[in-house]
Design a protein around this ligand. Structure first.
Ligand code: GDP
Length: 440
């Protein structure tokens, strides 16, 4: 996410490294570089200029505290300003209605249908809501099919009426159905065009007026940079929407839309889409995003994801096995599955401070564990539970079976043994022992 921008900002902010104090000259030099980085990321010119002016003003107005190096101070100022620019506090969505009606708007291909599904799934699994999806695209039968496919994937009902060509009537019928069936959230997916046109704008405006949704969300593809911002402005002038959804942040986006959109339409970004899967949705937190842009990682989100996947019962089982020296490769596989559930590896790595930079250019894909899994699957169940049985000839057989080198099998065994040893120490309250081991 935003690799290029992160890199350039990092360089800009290091102009001050080694300088003992902040001066008008070195601040001017830094902010010039910051502005260039923002412009390269497709941030609106006016916004970039105002941003760097504020940073400059703040930097020069500071008495450099003894504890902070000028470059650290600058990072802090830029981080605070970025957070402010992207919206300050994070804002949720209004779910107070019964049902709460959420209207999706945006261009075709922006990710409305996908996001409708993601949001329904999020509200169902995280907020214990009982949503209904409504298909209001009367032009493309395929769009209705797509919403039905999404609904099936996440096990959420979908209302559509292929005979009806009036989207307002369909939306109303959908809400009536939700009331009758006890769905407390209605998510209305609408038709989009490839560009802003009058007919589409009139149509979404008619639906909006007729159903008076609690939340009108504008979905936009973050890859489209300043175009995204212009489209947002057109939709906001018409609908006065409540929030923005930025999709496709997992792609090679420059970051301009994420940074500029809030200050152009003065509406918060509420969620981001980070992939095609139904789970690839995150609540947008301006401060966490600023951390990621500045390559400072996003440990909070990482820990949250780990907690979501954490299975207490499974953990207890594993602990017992470790205590009895019964931790085997099947358990190891189980641990790998849990990590994989946390999300795409590259995405996870990006959340670790500094890792983004260190891993740049490396090819980390979702299959990072593929080879390890292949090796383990080539072991017999008995070998998996009793790794000590793995002698040279067995290792050779496993290497052959998995299409890997014997060296890799050895490497995995070594890692496995180290991990088991470490876990055993942690268990025995052996924090001290572990420190000793790590220090020497
Ligand atoms: P709509 O026309 O606005 O309903 O857009 P769709 O929901 O059909 O999405 C258009 C394309 O973008 C589809 O191929 C989606 O799979 C893809 N897409 C949607 N959201 C994301 C996202 O967050 N990341 C990625 N990589 N692809 C996405």
């Amino acid at each position: 996410m935003f690799d290029n921008l992160s890199d350039k900002l990092d360089k800009a902010l290091h102009v001050l490294k080694g300088h003992g104090q902040i001066t008008e000259i070195n601040v001017a030099e830094t902010t010039k570089e910051v502005r260039r980085a923002l412009l390269d990321a497709d941030v609106n010119f006016k916004i970039a200029k105002e941003f760097t002016n504020r940073v400059k003003e703040k930097a020069l107005g500071q008495n450099v505290l003894n504890t902070l190096q000028p470059s650290q101070l600058m990072v802090k100022i830029v981080k605070d300003e970025l957070t402010q620019l992207m919206g300050g506090e994070s804002e949720g969505i209004d779910l107070s209605g019964n049902p709460s009606v959420i209207l999706m708007s945006g261009l075709q291909g922006s990710g409305k249908t996908t996001f409708s599904g993601k949001l329904a799934n999020f509200l169902k699994t995280k907020k214990s809501k009982n949503p209904l999806l409504v298909a209001c695209d009367v032009y493309r039968p395929a769009a209705i099919d797509q919403l039905h496919v999404v609904g099936e994937q996440i096990n959420v009902p979908v209302f559509s009426d292929r005979e009806n060509k009036d989207p307002v009537a369909i939306a109303k019928a959908g809400i009536a159905k939700a009331k009758a069936e006890g769905n407390n959230v209605v998510i209305i997916d609408t038709a989009g065009r490839l560009a802003v046109d009058e007919k589409m704008m009139n149509e979404i405006s008619d639906i909006h007026k007729a159903i008076k949704p609690q939340e009108t969300l504008f979905v936009v593809d973050s890859m489209t940079g300043q175009d995204a911002v212009n489209t947002a402005k057109a939709f906001n002038d018409l609908l006065n929407f409540d929030g923005v959804i930025l999709t496709k942040l997992d792609g090679d986006t420059r970051g301009g839309a994420a940074i500029s959109i809030k200050s152009v339409v003065n509406k918060p970004i509420k969620f981001i889409g980070t992939g095609e899967k139904m789970e690839a949705i995150d609540v947008f937190y301006p401060s966490r995003m600023a951390d990621r842009i500045l390559g400072m990682g996003d440990v909070v989100s990482l820990v949250e994801r780990a907690q979501e996947q954490f299975d207490e019962e499974e953990a207890r089982k594993i602990q017992k096995k470790i205590a009895k020296n019964k931790f085997g490769f099947d358990d190891f596989l189980g641990q790998i599955q849990q990590i994989k559930k946390m999300g795409n590896m590259k995405d996870l790595m990006g959340m670790i401070p500094g890792a983004g930079k260190a891993l740049k250019g490396m090819d980390i894909d979702d299959d990072a564990f593929k080879h390890i899994e292949a090796i383990i699957y080539s072991m017999t169940p008995d070998e998996r539970s009793n790794p000590s049985k793995l002698n040279a000839s067995r290792k050779k057989r496993i290497a052959k079976g998995s299409g890997r080198e014997v060296q890799e099998v050895n490497q995995l065994l070594k890692q496995f043994n180290q991990m088991s040893k470490m876990m055993k120490m942690m268990q025995g309250g052996g924090g001290k022992k572990m420190m000793q081991m790590m220090s020497g």
